[in-house]
Design a protein around this ligand. Structure first.
Ligand code: FES
Length: 162
């Protein structure tokens, strides 16, 4: 595993927060994904060894939670909500717009490694549907026109405005 030194320090520190090493599984996986962008097999084995678990114990956690990615995703991550409120308010059209703008299907990475689009479950902002998260920022009441504007900002490498 080729983790940054600061990630290794944060991992060792995180383990001290729990009376049982196993309880640090989720924090360690978050730290690794934050560092290298996804959770490869090697990371599962590494975490298992670090926490004195079997790899299957870590694998079942990684595959249960959709926020953990098993393969690399783009540097920019667009998450379009597909749950009921957003679906009724046009979330599928918004998602199609992003796919068309970037020329990729869901969960693919654009050829430049820049962007991945994902359809996700409720983002807890149903009253402002349809909603989209770009990286860690929530965008509300997103229309196809707004999606085109956001895509243009991402392609231009400018800050994405809400
Ligand atoms: S249904 Fe989309 S945020 Fe809840």
């Amino acid at each position: 595993m080729n983790l940054k030194p600061e990630t290794l320090l944060r991992i060792d520190e995180a383990i001290t927060h729990y009376p049982v090493k196993r309880s640090a599984t989720l924090p360690l996986l978050h730290l690794i994904q934050e560092d290298i962008g996804h959770i490869p097999d090697e990371a599962i084995e590494w975490v298992a060894a670090k926490l004195e678990l079997q790899p299957i114990n870590v694998y079942e956690v990684v595959t249960f939670y959709p926020m953990f990615k098993r393969k690399p995703i783009g540097r920019r991550h667009i998450k379009v909500c597909r749950t009921l409120s957003c679906a009724l308010m046009g979330g599928y059209k918004v998602c199609d717009t992003f796919k068309k703008e970037f020329g990729v299907e869901l969960d693919e990475v654009t050829p430049d490694g820049g962007t991945t689009i994902e359809f996700v479950e409720c983002l807890a902002s149903c009253g402002t549907a349809p909603v989209v998260m770009i990286d860690d920022d929530l965008h509300e009441n997103v229309t196809p026109e707004k999606a085109r504007e956001l895509a243009a900002q991402i392609k231009a490498g400018t800050a994405v405005r809400k």
